[in-house]
Design a protein around this ligand. Sequence first.
Ligand code: 6R9
Length: 649
Amino acid sequence: MSEEGLSNLMHEDRRFPPPPELAAHANVTAATYAEAEADVEAFWAQQARRISWETEPTQVLDWSNPPFAQWFADGRLNAAYNCLDRHVEAGLGDRVAFHFEGEPGDTRTITYADLASEVRQAANALTAIGVEAGDRVAIYLPMIPEAVVAMLACARIGAPHTVVFGGFSADALASRIQDCGVEVVITADGGFRRGKPSPLKPAVDAALESCPDVHHVLVVRRTEQETAMAEGRDLWWHEFVGGQATEHACEFFPAEHPLYIMYTSGSTGKPKGILHTTGGYLVGTAYTHWATFDLKPETDVFWTAADIGWVTGHSYLVYGPLANGATSVMYEGTPDTPHQGRWWELVDKYGVTILYCAPTAIRTFMKWGADIPERHDLSSLRLLGSVGEPINPEAYVWYRHHIGHDRTPVVDTWWQTETGMHMISPMPGVTVGKPGAAMTPVPGVKVEVVNDEGQPVGNGQGGYLTVTHPWPAMLRTLWGDDERYVDTYWSRFPGMYFAGDGAKKDEDGDIWFLGRVDDVMNVSGHRMSTTEIESALVSHPKVAEAAVVGATDPMTGQAVVAFVILRSEAGDGGPDVVQELRAHVAREIGAIAKPRQIMVVEELPKTRSGKIMRRLLRDIAENRELGDVTTLTDSSVMTLIQENLAASP
Ligand code: 6R9
């Protein structure tokens, strides 16, 4: 990125101070920042008290062999005990851990005592089929309570889990099983998706043809579809787990014992197995869940509307909320089944106070129209969160207004599978919100936006986001590949963690994200951010979603190509919509940012976490064969876009 940084022409004047009532009782205050600033390790030692240790750690950070960190290394604990048993022992067994809502409308109310008992049974079951501490277990399940039970049962016996998103193919499952040497898989006959049962077990059977080391498969019965069971290998969960004792004495493990491996797709090469360990991760997620969401576990009803196969599900649906003794909602299905108001119906039904979701969902709701949430009582909401991509200022304001009724702060949380926990986010009782900005590091985290030479940039300048001090929930390495860990994250700028995201500091020094560094474009020598142009497009009243890519161009090096989804009320946009949008971008940002081409589409290709796969759109824009589509949630989207383009003049 050049010295002058990314184009920085967008300007945002809207400001949203914390509601006085929230600020008056906020978990995090200005004093929290001061405390963390004064002595960051003492601060984390303090946060470590949120969890229960069998042996209290006397060490905080060991950074004697960078970039291989150890946190709380001489402490011993059990993650599942922290999430469940200790709350039951404290008399909170009757508190609801999950209000589960299946897509067909079936529900389960699961208390901490219920969940603890099911996890003990599942732990006994895993031990009975030979799983020992350190063995890896793959979990390939829909969004059902057994997914949480399976994760915590693994944690309880010290067997690192690797959760594979249920939407991934047999091949994706097989490569993950092989990469980390899994011998036991937990799956289901299927799950409910868009109003019908969709099978999972056949994909496991197909995957296991190339995974001879898997000796057992536990199968949850969810949809009651016909399911082939391999004799001697496959066991029904309800029979085998259901038949186990509900007592189980838990063992305690060193803080650095592996907790889980989560695969994230690199844009090239094989997926990276991000390794998280126990003590630091639990401290980091419990603290940030409490801080960012201003959690009051006695009264809040928290809802992370994200899949368990994404890190957001791990940190803020399972480990953070349960470590904090929170009550959560868990929903199996899609937001439009059986109707487009399903989420808002659930907010009303369970009295959700904190909602956490991705900008892609918010933009979808914008597309469907504000009249849909208006039909439901959303007055229980007091805080809204966003994660996964930069939130466009317009989407932020829409979310705050139509969902939060202008009463709720919006916390835009920047973090990654690798970071394990929130890193940059407003604190709802302190930060004056600015639509589109992730703002400042959470207390205890230190970051810097740097230029090509690794020097911090000044206000008003763009560069690369780096983390300058280790943090407890950081990844420890890539599974089986220390070298790739060092190369990917710690080589670009010595001593700093390289996140791979472009960022800028605005005039106040607040941080804005500009998209992945690989997605940044160079048009006639000007560095341009996909995010900024997308936000300009989304600020047009006819546009709900936009994806921008740089396509090779003989004249300008790269040219801006945009794909847009229109809002329902805009119909087909009218004959001049493309001209209108090009002019709008020129007005908002400048002529240089004006897209060469704008294509109106019905859908965009997205990953499980709702991130737009710009790489595939670039393939289209440059008339290339499509690259790897296995991590798309719905691969038919690409065919649709191609047909759509072929049909348009
Ligand atoms: C939690 C999660 C990580 C990448 C990250 C960045 C993007 C996530 C963001 C955001 C801007 C936010 N990202 N949150 N960009 N603002 N609030 O998404 O993890 O799936 O590993 O993705 O997502 O590009 O580097 P993961």
